[in-house]
Structure formats: structure tokens, C-alpha cells
Design a protein around this ligand. Structure first.
Ligand SMILES: [Ca+2]
Length: 278
């Protein structure tokens, strides 16, 4: 009888080597492998999202900055356009002003032309007036023209009054008519004037009331010529009974010689003015 031998050990060993791994450990590794890739993928995606987000943030900041720059440029452009518009309006306004001034200058030029015509007419009227006055005063051609009622002699006109005034009133009357009390420099003037005053007292433009020295009314000095004065004159008489002061004004006496009298005395007078030439 044969006894079969069974190597239990081998069986056990075989059993040992063929023993299946622990179902728990293998499942954990498998689970780890199964979740590792998605986890990594998720982490990668998350990082990518964060990176993209960060990039988008930078991009957004850049866009915002660019938008702000564009907005500033737009404002500047608008301001420049407004300034340009204002400048155009100002130019148009200045153009209008220039056109207006041109019109005014044209009007002034036209007015000046009319004034030139008026000036010519005025000269013509003056010439006719001179001829008329010369005719009325029995003047000769070439002589100066004098107002009607005035007498012409050489280049001057003389007015011999018929009314009487004080020396100062007579002076003012003459001055109000572009003339002055007569100033007699030459013998011819003396002869002409005294030829019209004989027989009446007439004031002339001679006085010493301003400085105490005799002078003409235009303040030119007068040197006493005795043959032109009445005997003993001027005497600066103070007993005239006509108020304060002595005799400061000179007049032509009846015979044409000078005498000094109180200036308030009323008498006729002689005015003198330059004659106009036609
Ligand atoms: Ca006197």
C-alpha cells in the first residue's frame, strides 16, 4: 500500500504565493490613480483660470487705462474743436468788423470829397464876399477885403465908431470882432487914422495901466514921440474926479494928437484888424 504524500507545505506555499493581494490596499491605489489625473487636471485648470484671470485683470486695467486715455483725448479734441469753432467765429466777427470799417472809410472818403467841394465853394463865396465888401467900401482891386462898414488901408481894416464907450469896453468890443484897438506904427497909419478922427475924441490901443510904462495893446513897447502928444501930455492927472488912479489910457484929441485920460471916460474908438485877400 502506497501512501500518497501531499506536500502540504508546498500547497501551503503555493497557496501562499498564489494568494490574492489584499483587496483593500489595491483599491486604495487604484482610487488614488483614478483621482490623481482629474485632480491634477483640475489644479491645472484652476491655475490656468487664475492665470487667465490675472491676465484678464491686467488686460482690463490696460483697457481701462486706454479707455481713460481715449476719453482724455476725446475731451482734448472736443476742447480743440470748440476752440477752433470760437476762433472761426472770432475771425468771422473780425472780418465783419473789417468790412464795416471799409464801408465807413468809404463813407469818410466820400465825405472828404464832398468837403473838398465845399472848401472850393467856400473859397468862391469868400472871393465873392471880398469883391462885394471891396465894392461897398469903395476899395480898389488888389486891396485887402474888409467887412462892410470898415475902412481898408494897406493890409488892415479900420472901424471908426459912432458910439462912445470906456477904454476897456471899447477894447472888448474890438476883440469880439477879430480886431483890437488901433496900433499906429507908421506915419502913414497916423495920417490915415487921424484923417478919420478929427473933431472927436477916439480911444486907441495905447495904455500904461499894466506896467506903468506906455505900451500898445499887443504889449509891444511904445517910445513917446512928443510931436504926437498934446503939449504937456501925458500928465497922469489925478484930479479928474473919476475914481481911483490917474490917466492910464491914451486917446486921439480933436486935432489928432494924443492925450492921456482916465480909462472910464466914454468916447469913440478905433478898431483895427487884418484885411482878407481875395
Ligand atoms: Ca492927460
Amino acid at each position: 500500500m502506497t501512501t500518497e504524500y501531499h506536500d502540504d507545505t508546498e500547497d501551503e506555499s503555493s497557496s501562499f504565493w498564489n494568494k490574492e493581494p489584499s483587496p483593500v490596499s489595491f483599491a486604495g491605489v487604484s482610487r488614488l490613480r483614478r483621482w490623481l489625473f482629474p485632480g491634477l487636471a483640475a489644479a491645472f485648470i484652476l491655475i490656468l483660470i487664475i492665470a487667465v484671470g490675472a491676465s484678464n485683470t491686467k488686460t482690463s486695467n490696460r483697457l481701462w487705462s486706454m479707455e481713460k486715455t481715449v476719453a482724455n483725448l476725446t475731451d482734448s479734441l472736443s476742447a480743440a474743436l470748440q476752440l477752433t469753432s470760437d476762433s472761426v467765429k472770432e475771425v468771422n466777427r473780425m472780418k465783419f468788423a473789417v468790412d464795416n470799417n471799409r464801408d465807413q472809410l468809404s463813407s469818410v472818403s466820400e465825405a472828404l470829397k464832398q468837403l473838398s467841394v465845399l472848401d472850393t465853394l467856400s473859397r468862391t463865396v469868400a472871393t465873392l464876399k471880398c469883391s462885394f465888401e471891396r465894392y461897398m467900401n469903395n476899395g480898389t482891386a488888389g486891396a485887402a477885403c474888409c467887412p462892410v462898414g470898415w475902412n481898408v488901408f494897406t493890409t488892415s481894416c479900420y472901424y471908426f465908431s459912432k458910439v462912445t464907450m470906456s477904454w476897456h469896453d471899447a477894447r472888448d468890443w474890438c476883440n469880439g470882432r477879430e480886431s483890437h484897438l488901433a496900433i499906429l506904427n507908421t506915419d502913414e497909419e497916423w495920417d490915415f487914422v487921424t484923417g478919420h478922427t478929427t473933431g472927436a475924441f477916439h480911444w486907441v490901443g495905447l495904455t500904461d495901466e499894466r506896467t506903468g510904462r506906455w505900451e500898445w495893446v499887443n504889449q509891444t513897447p511904445y517910445i513917446i514921440n512928443r510931436r504926437r502928444w498934446m503939449p504937456g501930455q501925458p500928465d497922469s492927472w489925478t484930479h479928474h474926479g473919476l475914481g481911483r488912479g490917474d490917466e492910464d489910457c491914451a486917446h486921439l484929441h480933436n486935432d489928432g494928437r494924443l492925450n492921456d485920460l482916465h480909462c472910464s471916460t466914454k468916447m469913440r474908438y478905433v478898431c483895427q484888424r487884418h484885411g482878407q485877400r481875395s
